[in-house]
Design a protein. Structure first.
Lengths: 176, 239
């Protein structure tokens, strides 16, 4: 039994359409990463060429050594600032002094102990100090805002309780 | 009063022990080579070099490894100098609030009781296994900030522990292998444990000192005192 020619044509078109869609999607999947990272377009499937040890070849671009401890300085600065922050003090500053406490938390500059900079590189020192001060300020601001928020919530609750108590204590009058 | 007030008060007094004009300012004068191992959440770092407490209350540190560096702390400024790059960082601060520097060492050299604020009260003093055990209530600005517990032998302090009012530890210094240098008994091994708020240990410092001696006042060998030259690049360190 043979199919009619019209049925065969429709089947071929379906197959060709599916093939085209698959081809376009596959092509896009291969090409789009190359557009994001053009360097990869120059690479083959084989293993990358080995970088020879020793000084760079004459004419080759010379790269500075990677900033080995930059990330560590950032992490340690932030971590030490959080550990050193006096959360209780700043919480009560915000709680008792209100906005003034928050302003003080914004203005006050936390400083790292100098002993933590012993033996560190100049780059580490700069990044560590900046990270410490930045995270320390954020941490003390957070604590003071928590204190302020707590004071506001407590104040509102006390206010509501007072209003309810006063309203309940007033004698009910009926108009006839 | 926050729990850190205790730490700050006592730490600054430890520092003032090496700075003239402080409340308890013995004329500490010594130099030594050191190895410092610091362990924290990031791992262990080892720093070695030489240090000196200079008569007049200044502290100088010459770091040899891992990076050559000279640090000089005076009552008004901190200078961190990199001789290989001829680069210096300078931080200025209020002379009444110098940052704590080498507080673990200073704590082992001076009399622990003399480091406390004047309002502090002696709670207990007793003998235990031949050592003197003392407990102080630390009072800062009229408010109780915590406690200090010390264990002392004839040679000097064996341990000092600062704790919050709630009893959670803040700092613990343990001293050993003492040597007599002039009028001071100097520990050659020091372990300093630092605790974050809530009593969780955050950092440990292990100091080992060698070649401890009192510099000749006629020929003071100032170790690593960050002598800047006119052409030295100076950066201000925000403090």
């Amino acid at each position: 039994m043979t199919r009619p020619a019209s049925v065969r044509t429709v089947g071929f078109r379906k197959w060709a359409g599916t093939f085209m869609v698959v081809a376009v999607v596959s092509g896009a999947m291969i090409v789009s990463p190359l557009l994001e990272h053009p360097v990869q377009a120059q690479q083959g499937w084989g293993p990358p060429p080995q970088q020879p040890w020793g000084p760079p070849q004459p004419g080759a671009p010379a790269y500075a050594p990677p900033p080995v401890d930059a990330g560590r300085a950032l992490i340690e600065g932030a971590q030490d600032a959080r550990a050193d922050e006096n959360g209780t003090l700043w919480f009560f500053a915000g709680c008792l002094l209100g906005l003034i406490g928050v302003v003080i938390a914004v203005v006050a500059e936390p400083t790292p102990p100098p002993a933590r900079m012993m033996g560190k590189s100049p780059d580490y020192l700069t990044i560590y100090t900046q990270a410490y001060r930045s995270e320390g300020k954020s941490a003390q601001l957070r604590s003071s805002l928590w204190g302020l928020g707590t004071a506001v919530v407590v104040g509102v609750v006390i206010y509501v309780i007072l209003i309810v108590t006063i309203l309940k204590s007033q004698p009910t009058t009926y108009a006839y | 009063m926050g729990p850190w007030a205790l730490s700050i008060a006592v730490a600054s007094t430890f520092v003032s022990a090496a700075i003239p004009g402080g409340p308890a300012a013995p004329a500490v004068s010594l130099s030594a080579s050191f190895v410092l191992k610091t362990t924290d959440a990031q791992g262990t770092d080892t720093v070695s070099g030489a240090l000196s407490f200079i008569p007049g209350g200044e502290v100088c540190v010459a770091v040899k490894t891992p990076n050559v560096q000279e640090m000089h702390l005076s009552p008004r400024e901190l200078v961190i100098y990199y001789p290989e790059r001829d680069l210096a960082f300078v931080a200025h601060f209020d002379p009444t609030q110098p940052p704590p520097m080498l507080d673990a060492l200073a704590a082992g050299i001076v009399d622990p009781g003399s480091t406390l604020p004047r309002e502090s009260k002696l709670l207990e003093r007793k003998r235990e296994s031949g050592n003197l055990v003392t407990r102080w209530r630390v009072v800062v600005g009229g408010a109780e900030a915590g406690e200090m517990r010390t264990v002392e032998s004839r040679a000097g302090a064996i341990s000092i522990e600062l704790s919050e009012k709630s009893g959670k530890p803040q700092r613990r210094f343990t001293f050993g292998d003492r040597i007599r240098v002039g009028t001071h008994s100097v520990p050659r091994t020091i372990v300093a444990d630092y605790f974050a708020a809530g009593g969780v240990q955050s950092r440990e410092e292990q100091w080992s000192l060698a070649d401890v001696n009192k510099p000749d006042p006629r020929h003071p060998a100032q170790i690593g005192c960050a002598r800047l030259r006119p052409e030295t690049k100076i950066q201000t360190l925000q403090w």
